[in-house]
Design a binder for this molecule. Structure first.
Ligand code: ATP
Ligand code: MG
Length: 537
């Protein structure tokens, strides 16, 4: 079947259609969660190609490799073979391509650990100090800090060591192309090559990525930026909510389209999330209109400890899957018949603020036999994504590095090596941090650890940005399509100690009409009650 305009615009609302069909020139699409931003990007790519743009001339920037893979699949489904010629990927992948095009050869890319090792040797210092230096160097390379006297000497020694090794670090993959594109003829080459640039999750680009984009797009470029300032969750690594404001300053004739209908979540979830985010003072107010029905009330469950938290998640999943025994679960996980409901394990997500919370939940899953996958197990999504991207980028330089992928050509759609855990088609429950959940959606979402200290995450450092923490919780809540659980343990074993936890202050910001609270009593209390009842007989 040949692709028609009607097919590309199928089911889109008027604003989405306007974004898909907008004429060339800078365009800003700003809209809340679940309003079809990512869907609109896919359709716009198809629209542009249908109207004569060459697939090779298109660069679609995604935030993660996983998002790139999903977008590839979705454009592939619409466009067939032509989709494989579109450059869909992260800034780092583009940066690597530019560096290689520039003639660099035989180089290696240092991982964060290798970087710290190198700094340890250069500075003859313990890991902690080297780590701090690595962070300072990273900020300089991302154009966030200047190279001041305190770091100058070590910065230069580090750069010269990299040159000697013919190596780049991860940040160089953006910084070096920015420097290369400062030369007019290099910039022209890439502006001719990429005549259309589309950026998803624009709210989270940092200063170096912004510079690269500006250079690629030129003064009047066809740059389409799509995002939501309420979902900016990376200011800690230099992302800037001011991106949107800058966009309109940089491109005064930019078109702006807002999408307001939310197709993802029940109206209870959207209205509750909206009430929460309105507590942020620094935000651009925007409309979010739920298209779906009211749906189930959000369950707030107050539990004795983290073990009970894992148990309740398992119980709720088992209930929806229509099977209760370990054996039944194993059968289903092994490809046996589905449960009585139409649910799949992949319909459920368990989301937490810190990776330290994952252990107790994994234990509950292991005991139950329910299949699960953890994404972003490392300290932060940043390091996970870096490791994943590195594995992939290294495979491009040295195909032998691909571990167990079984792919003869590393450039094929299989986007990553074995380092990539997340398979969107796997029938397993997804466990991940709030940061990793960005852009995803699941029918049933459990947000665990809705406690003071974790949500907002004040347990590890002082002076956290409350508004960013609120946006992070907002991202979590808006991943849910039908059912949302907010779980809180009164007692939690975390970072080597047992802590008494108060409820998250964010829970109070959600009106009661959207919540149904349940308190599960302490185990000890329950046992005592049972014993005293037995005593009566
Ligand atoms: P986020 O901000 O969380 O990344 P988003 O704005 O990118 O969200 P999408 O993921 O593109 O939103 O879409 C959310 C859901 O709504 C998807 O399941 C998508 O298929 C559905 N959707 C979007 N637009 C429409 C529409 N016009 N009709 C029906 N479903 C739609
Ligand atoms: Mg999206």
């Amino acid at each position: 079947m040949s692709l028609t305009e009607a097919h590309i615009l199928d089911n889109l609302n008027d604003s989405q259609k306007r974004a898909v069909t907008a004429a060339d020139g800078p365009l800003l699409v700003v809209a809340g969660p679940g309003t079809g931003k990512t869907l609109t990007i896919v359709r716009r790519i198809a629209w542009l190609i249908h109207h004569g743009a060459r697939p090779e001339s298109m660069f679609a920037v995604t935030f993660t490799n996983r998002a790139a893979r999903e977008m590839k699949e979705r454009t592939g489904a619409l466009l067939g073979n032509a989709a494989s010629k579109i450059f869909i990927g992260t800034f780092h992948l583009l940066g690597l391509t530019i560096i290689r095009d520039g003639g660099a050869d035989g180089f290696t890319i240092l991982s964060r650990d290798e970087q710290i090792e190198l700094l340890k040797t250069l500075m003859k210092c313990p890991a902690r100090k080297a780590q701090q230096a690595a962070e300072s160097i990273s900020r300089i390379k991302n154009f966030l800090d200047d190279e001041d006297d305190g770091i100058k000497e070590i910065f230069e020694a580090y750069q010269s060591a990299l040159r000697q090794k013919n190596a780049f670090d991860f940040d160089d993959l953006i910084r070096v192309p920015v420097e290369m594109l400062a030369r007019a003829e290099v910039a022209r080459k890439y502006r001719d090559r990429f005549t259309h640039i589309i950026v998803d999750e624009y709210q989270d680009i940092n200063s170096a990525q912004y510079r690269l984009l500006r250079l690629l797009a030129g003064g009047t470029g066809n740059l389409c930026a799509v995002g939501d300032s309420d979902q900016a969750i990376y200011s800690f690594r230099g992302a800037d909510v001011g991106n949107f404001l800058n966009f309109e300053k940089d491109f005064p004739d930019a078109g702006r389209i807002t999408l307001s209908k939310n197709y993802r979540s029940s109206s209870v979830i959207i209205n509750a999330a909206d009430s929460l985010i309105r507590h942020n003072a620094k935000r651009i107010d925007k409309e979010l209109v739920p298209v779906c029905d009211r749906g189930a009330t959000i369950a707030v469950i107050d539990l004795p400890d983290e073990r009970a938290e894992g148990e309740i998640i398992i119980r709720e999943i088992e209930e929806r899957m229509g099977g209760t025994s370990h054996y039944q679960m194993m059968q289903r996980a092994g490809g046996g018949e589905q449960g009585s409901g139409s649910c799949r394990f992949s319909d459920f997500a368990v989301i937490f603020r810190t990776n330290a919370q994952a252990k107790a939940i994994e234990e509950a899953f292991l005991a139950s036999g329910i299949p699960y996958q953890v994404i972003g197990r490392r300290q932060s999504m940043q390091s996970k994504e870096i490791e994943e991207t590195l594995a992939y980028l290294r495979s491009l330089i040295r195909p032998d590095d691909i571990v167990g992928s079984g792919q003869p050509d590393p450039r094929e759609a299989k986007f990553l090596s074995a380092a990539d855990f997340f398979d969107p088609r796997a029938d397993a429950v997804t466990l991940m941090t709030l940061h990793m959940a960005k852009g995803l959606e699941f029918p049933v979402v459990f947000i665990t650890g809705c406690e003071g200290g974790l949500v907002p995450c004040t347990i590890m450092k002082d002076g956290v940005d409350m508004e960013e923490e609120r946006r992070l919780f907002y991202v979590g809540m808006t991943r849910a399509k039908e059912e949302l659980y907010l779980l809180r343990a009164r007692n939690r074993f975390l970072y080597g100690q047992r802590l008494t936890q108060s409820p998250s202050p964010f829970l109070k910001e959600i009106p009661d009409e959207f919540l149904k609270s349940t308190v599960v009593p302490d185990r000890m209390k329950k046992r005592k009650e049972k014993d005293s009842q037995l005593g009566l007989f």
